[in-house]
Structures are given as C-alpha cells and as structure tokens.
Design a protein around this ligand. Sequence first.
Ligand SMILES: [Zn+2]
Ligand SMILES: [Zn+2]
Length: 333
Amino acid sequence: MFERLLKELKELERTKQVSVPIHADKDGYLDRECPNEDCLFQFKVDEQDWKNLFKDEKIYCPLCKHEATSNSWWTKEQLELAKDQVTKHIKGRIDKAIEQGARDFNAKQSRNSFIKMSMSVKGTKPYHYILPIPSKEEMQLKVQCKVCDAKYAVIGSAFFCPCCGHNSADETFDNSLKKIESKIKNIPVIRKAVEEISKDEAVTTCRSLIETSLGECVVAFQRFCEVTYLTKAPETKLKFNAFQNLVIGAEYWNELLGESYQNWLTATELKKLNELFQKRHLLSHTEGIVDEKYIDKSDDNTYKVGQRIVIKEKDVSELLKLVKKLVDTLRQK
Ligand SMILES: [Zn+2]
Ligand SMILES: [Zn+2]
C-alpha cells in the first residue's frame, strides 16, 4: 500500500523546482529587498522593466548601493510565504499519495478477503494549490532613472538607480519637492472635499498634511546633502541624519567647502530656515509642544513653553523655497 507514497517521494526527489508566482501591485511594481544584512531596504521595481531592462548579473540597492545578482532581492515576506506555499504543496502531494494508497488497500481488501480490513487516513489535506504571493501597498515616490529609464519606487528617498547604479539624489530631491508642492497646492481642494463629511475631520486632515509636509521637506534636504557630501568626500563617516541639524550640517560644509549656509542665505532667510527646522523637530519629538530648547534655539518669541506651534501652508512654501535655494547652490559647488 505504500507504493504510491514511495513513487511520489521519488517523484518529489526529481522535482527540482516548484514555482511560486509573485504578483505586482496595482501600479505594476514588484517588492524587492536589499540582501545586505545591515541595510535590508525595501523598494519596488516596475515589473516590465525588471524583465526587460534590469541585468541578471547586477542589481543595485537604491539606498546603500550594495550589488548582487538578480535572484538575491526577494523580500523576507516573499521568502517566508514561498516557503510556506512550497511546504504545503509538498505535504499535499504526500498526503494525496497516502490517501490513494489507503484507497488502493481498501479496494483490494474488499475483493479478496472474508475478513474486512479497511484503512482510513485522517487529517490529510490532499493537494495544495500554490497561491501567488501578493504585493505590499504601493509606494508613493516613483522615480524614473534619467540614464537607463528604469522605473522604481521607494518610501522616503533613495540615492541610486537599482538598474544602473546612477546616483539619483537630484531626481529624488526634485520628485520629493514636487510631491510636497502639489500636496500643499491641493490643500484647499482637500479641505473642501472633507468638509462635506465633517468639518472637524477637514481641519485635522489638512493640519496633518501640512505638518507632515514640513517633515518631508527636511528629510528630502537631509538626503540630498548626505549623498552630495558623500559623493564629494566618500571617506567621511557622517553622523546619523547630520543634515537635519543645521548647526552640525553647517560644520560639515564648512569643513569641506570652506563656506556654508550663512554664506548662501541672507541672515533673515537663515533665521527663518532655522525656525522651521526647529518647528519640525518639535513636531517629531514633542508633538508640537513648545519647550525651553525650542525658544533658545529658534529665537522665536511668539510662543511660550507649553503652547502648541501652528504651521500654515505658507510655512511649508517658505521652507521649500529656502531648501531649494540651498540645493541649487550646492549643485553649483
Ligand atoms: Zn542596501
Ligand atoms: Zn538607471
């Protein structure tokens, strides 16, 4: 009665491959993950470009530029789900062989014997159909490489094109800023639309959009500075998020170029930039509640300790303008 099982086991031994399909997201992007254990950055690539443009020998991590062959970029989730699917599939095939074996046994018994013996197999799940692995939610920031045309998507920012390794700090910065600009531009429309449902919600939604925009602006600037700095001085070990802090950032630029923010902006502009950076700091660390440090560092006397800061669309627009001015200057250096 075990012939079928033995046959199936032999069959499995010969099976070199069980394919598990992986689905792209709504926008046609596949999930990927950097195999560098220190990085593990997750990003997405356009499914068609992955087939047609990317080279099997070498794919780059958009964040750390680690290089590896194209079969090393599965995400942890994909690998886990695939393992699960394959295990279920193999178990299904074995269960099926055992069940069939039992059926064969029973069929033979009933024909040949006075004594009825029958065998039943419990708890088996014959056959498991391999399910495709779904993809994660779409990523907002989509980048198309201006060198090789490959399309990829990231959360936050990325530095390198995964297909050709081109340093994409410029495109990423421009894309991030465009995204923030359009968000701010659309606030009145969003406000009106949400007001139809609830006035309270309209206020909170728009406030949150404006406040996150301020943060995104600082992050975009930080990333741009970091990549630009490391391109010029690759040996430098930069402090974590060094350029989110204007004082530390300025020291780095001074060291490298002999000039810095105070040379590139007017005193009024620099004061405003500093105030907005400090406000962003409050939003991410004290939920916007003013503390002693804020007043010291920002020189902003319009608030008392314990108050909550108010951010308006015009603050974001102002920060966009200042950050752009700095980046334009840095691009000339
Ligand atoms: Zn990486
Ligand atoms: Zn490229």
